[in-house]
Design a protein around this ligand. Structure first.
Ligand code: AMP
Length: 356
């Protein structure tokens, strides 16, 4: 039998990790550049690794290939922060209070209406905290970059959260849904520094997260891996944002779960049964950002699996990640501090405070 052929749009690390998972599954994967043309019949299915690719291009391609996943209709809603928030709110899913600044005479008026510390985010193309501006007082708005006055944005209240969490879920073509456990995420300057995946979650948080995921995935008639980022506030989950793709906070699944988020994305899109999302071992994922440490430094970190993305170093660029098993009795927080200091990185701040 001929192997199934999957085209993966986008040439970043997510596409590369998808392709690797495909090879292990016996699927022939090719990464596709959006700037070139391809024979649509050369693939049994096409997917993407990055929601910021030209939407019209994706839409056209999706109409010409035998099967495209996740559905373009889901991407159309989620790729724009405002339509995404409107969609979530329409399902009754908790999100931070937000306004559309375009409905106000000025950004200043939108800020006054919201009446509290706020973050304005560009609707499209912002990620990892880019395309965002935070303001406490009207005085801060004077410093707002010009782009926020030109481009569509959404303004949301700053949430004073205890933790940031995410859930990676996957839905098959037949509507079967599987969830990985909630992962705790630590960010600095809007960028993910580390994810902690434990084998068990607090039951009420797990229930909330899975219910929200089930609701969204079913409504979108979704196929593939999906990510939801949350803020935890006094035991309740508030959705920060969602992504119609494999996600950085799911990289731990490469070593910590029976089936990785990458393999399950392909399984879903190819109509194969989903693989088990069972946790093999609690795992800590640490992003390698800006510059890659030397091999000698890695060698000093026992049992670390190192993933290098082959990218040119640049400030704030994700160049790779580490997965480390968390042994029983080990504190993940202490491990992060230890690994970051071994790698010569600044320590992390766990609590995101309004007064920082
Ligand atoms: P985003 O690109 O929207 O995921 O934002 C990146 C990071 O900025 C989040 O992971 C949070 O750490 C922080 N952040 C974003 N929105 C808010 C908010 N409304 N309140 C507090 N922190 C936020």
């Amino acid at each position: 039998m001929k192997p199934l052929r999957v085209g993966i749009l986008g040439e970043g690390q997510l596409g590369a990790m998808l392709a690797e998972a495909g090879t292990a599954l016996g699927v022939q994967c090719s990464t596709l550049s959006p700037s070139r043309t391809y024979d649509p019949q050369a693939y049994d299915a096409v997917t993407y690794e990055n929601e910021s690719l030209d939407f019209q291009f994706i839409k056209n391609l999706s109409n010409s290939v035998p099967y495209f996943f996740p559905p373009v209709s889901a991407l159309e809603i989620v790729r724009d922060r405002l339509t995404q928030k409107n969609f979530l709110a329409s399902l009754g899913i908790p999100v931070a209070p937000y306004v559309n600044p375009a409905l106000f005479p000025s950004i200043e008026d939108a800020f006054s209406f919201l009446g509290r510390e706020a973050i304005v985010k560009l609707c499209v193309s912002g990620y990892d905290g880019k395309g965002q501006f935070r303001m406490k007082t009207k005085n801060d708005i004077r410093k707002i970059p010009e782009i926020f006055r030109r481009e569509q944005s959404v303004m949301e209240a700053v949430v004073s959260f205890e933790k940031e969490l995410s859930i990676i879920s996957v839905r098959s073509r037949t509507g079967e849904i599987a969830h990985y456990p909630l992962t705790e995420n630590i960010h600095r300057d809007g960028m993910l520094i580390a994810s902690i995946a434990r084998s068990k979650n607090e039951p009420s948080l797990k229930k909330q997260a899975e219910q929200i995921a089930n609701q969204i995935l079913s409504k979108l008639n979704y196929v593939g891996t999906f990510a939801i980022e949350f803020f935890e506030v006094r035991g309740k989950l508030i959705v920060n944002e969602v992504a119609t793709r494999v996600h950085n906070s799911g990289h731990w699944t490469l070593d910590g779960s029976e089936t990785s988020q990458f393999e399950n994305h392909l399984r879903a899109g190819l109509g194969l049964p989903l693989g088990s999302t069972r946790v093999l071992r609690p795992t800590l994922m640490i992003n390698l950002i800006g510059e890659l440490p030397t091999d000698e430094l890695f060698a000093e970190i026992p049992s670390a699996r190192v993933y290098r993305y082959g990218k040119t170093p640049a400030p704030n660029r994700k160049l790779g990640h580490l997965n480390l098993p968390i042994d029983s009795g080990q504190s993940a927080e202490e491990m992060i501090v230890d690994v970051l200091s071994r790698l010569g990185r600044a320590p992390f701040q766990r609590v995101h405070s309004l007064d920082e």
